[in-house]
Write a protein that binds this ligand. Structure first.
Ligand code: PLP
Length: 391
C-alpha cells in the first residue's frame, strides 16, 4: 500500500512518513505493523474525543440510516445541522448566535472574510505575522508566512500584517479596516498565547474604528484550552468566530459564527453571498453535534488544567528550553528543527505519535485527544524523556 500511496496519492512533501493505519480507538492508533501507538497529536488538534468515540460513531450510523446528502446548504431544514447551530448559540456568549456550516477551516476563514467585507462595505483586511489560516487562495492571502505564499502570487490585495502581542501596531487598524483576523492562540508559530490585556485592547481598537474582530479558533475550538473556545479566557467576544478541526471530532468540517445582524448580510445584495453544496451535511453535522454535546456534558473541560499541569511537571529536561501554549495545545521547544524532527521520529519508533509546529519546527507539538488519561500522559512523557536521554 505504501508504494501506491507514494505513487498515486498526491504528496505534500518529499518526506512523508507513509505510516499504514489498521484502526484507531481512544488514544491509540494501531498500525498495520501490528504495533500500537499512543497519539499525542490527535490528527493535528482534530480528534477532540479520541479515535472512533462510540457516541460519534453511533451518531454517524444513525444519521446514515436516515439520509445522507439531500440538498445544498441553506435550502432545507435538516435536523442535525439545525441542532448543532442551536447548541452552538446556546453555548456561546452574545451576540454570537448564527452559524454558517462549511467544509473546512480554510473555507470558514474565506467565508468570514467575505462576511466582514460585505457587512462593513470596507476592503482592507489586517492579519498577523506568523499566522496560519489555511490554504485556499483567500486563507493563504491572510496567512503571515512568506515562504508558503511566495510562489502563489498574486493573492488577495488589501491585506496587511501586524505583530502579535504588539500594542503599538494597533494604530494600524483604522476606519478603512473591514476586519482584523487572528488566531486566539497562534498555532503554526508555536502556540503563542496573547498577553494579559492584549485581546481587550485589540477589541477596543476595533470597536473604536468600526472594524470587525474575527477570531480563528480552529485549533482551540471545542474545549482544548479548558473552555469551549479560548477567547473565553480573555474577557472579550469576537464579532465573528471561526472554528473547524476539533469541532468535528474526526470528520471534515468548518464554521463561522456571528450575530444575526451581521450574518444576515450574506443572504441579500447579493443573495447567495456564500454558498456550498456539502456545508451542513447531515452526517458531518451529526458527528459535530455529538462531539459538542459530549464536550459540554462530560466534564472533560474541567480536567484540562490538571492534564496541562501534569505535562508541564513531567516534561522537565535540560534539552527542553521552554513549553508554550495553553491547555492541551502545548509546544515543546527542543532548540533546533533537526533535533525535533529526529526526536519525533524516535518517539514514533517507541510507540508515541508527536509532531512539530508548521512554521517553528524546533517546537514539538503536543495536541492529544482531550480524553487522554493521566496514566497515558505519564506513559507518553516517559517515552519523550527516554528519547531525550538517548544522546
Ligand atoms: N486556521 C488554523 C489556526 C489552523 O490550524 C488550520 C489548520 O491547520 C486552518 C485554519 C485551516 O483549516 P483546514 O486545514 O481545515 O482548512
Amino acid at each position: 500500500m505504501q508504494h501506491d500511496f507514494f505513487k498515486y496519492q498526491a504528496q505534500t512533501t518529499q518526506f512523508a512518513a507513509g505510516f499504514e493505519v489498521e484502526k484507531a480507538v481512544g488514544s491509540y492508533i494501531y498500525g498495520k505493523d501490528g504495533k500500537k501507538y499512543l497519539d499525542f497529536v490527535a490528527g493535528v488538534s482534530a480528534n477532540t474525543l479520541g479515535h472512533s468515540h462510540p457516541k460519534i460513531v453511533n451518531a454517524i450510523k444513525t444519521q446514515a440510516e436516515k439520509y445522507l446528502h439531500v440538498m445544498v446548504y441553506g435550502e432545507y431544514a435538516q435536523e442535525m445541522p439545525v441542532k448543532l447551530c442551536k447548541l452552538l448559540a446556546d453555548s456561546t456568549p452574545e451576540p454570537l448566535e448564527v452559524t454558517y456550516l462549511v467544509n473546512s477551516g480554510a473555507e470558514a476563514i474565506d467565508g468570514a472574510l467575505k462576511l466582514a467585507k460585505r457587512y462593513t462595505g470596507r476592503e482592507e483586511i489586517i492579519s498577523f505575522h506568523n499566522s496560519y489560516h489555511g490554504n485556499t487562495h483567500g486563507a493563504l492571502s491572510v496567512s503571515g508566512n512568506e515562504y508558503h505564499k511566495r510562489e502563489f502570487r498574486p493573492l488577495l490585495p488589501m491585506v496587511s500584517f501586524i505583530h502579535f502581542n504588539e500594542d503599538k501596531d494597533l494604530e494600524k487598524i483604522t476606519e478603512k479596516t473591514a476586519c482584523v483576523l487572528l488566531e486566539t492562540i497562534q498555532g503554526a508559530a508555536g502556540f503563542l498565547v496573547p498577553n494579559d490585556d492584549y485581546l481587550k485592547k485589540l477589541k477596543a481598537r476595533c470597536e473604536e474604528v468600526g472594524a470587525l474582530l474575527i477570531l480563528d479558533e480552529i485549533q482551540p475550538g471545542f474545549g482544548r484550552t479548558g473552555k469551549l473556545f479560548a477567547f473565553e479566557h480573555f474577557g472579550i467576544v469576537p464579532d465573528i468566530l471561526v472554528m473547524g478541526k476539533g469541532m468535528g471530532g474526526g470528520v471534515p468540517v468548518g464554521a463561522f459564527m456571528s450575530s444575526e445582524k451581521i450574518m444576515h448580510s450574506l443572504s441579500h445584495s447579493p443573495k447567495l453571498g456564500h454558498i456550498t453544496t456539502f456545508g451542513g451535511n447531515p452526517l458531518i453535522a451529526a458527528a459535530s453535534y455529538a462531539t459538542l454535546k459530549e464536550v459540554l456534558e462530560s466534564g472533560l473541560m474541567n480536567e484540562i488544567d490538571e492534564k496541562e499541569k501534569l505535562f508541564r511537571d513531567l516534561l522537565v529536561h535540560p534539552k527542553i528550553k521552554n513549553i508554550n501554549g495553553k491547555g492541551l495545545m502545548l509546544a515543546v521547544n527542543l532548540g533546533s528543527p533537526e533535533f525535533t524532527l529526529d526526536v519525533a521520529k524516535r518517539c514514533m519508533e517507541r510507540g508515541l505519535v508527536v509532531f512539530w509546529q508548521l512554521y517553528r519546527n524546533e517546537y514539538l507539538r503536543i495536541s492529544p485527544p482531550l480524553t487522554l488519561s493521566l496514566e497515558e500522559i505519564r506513559e507518553g512523557c516517559e517515552i519523550i524523556l527516554k528519547v531525550l536521554n538517548e544522546n
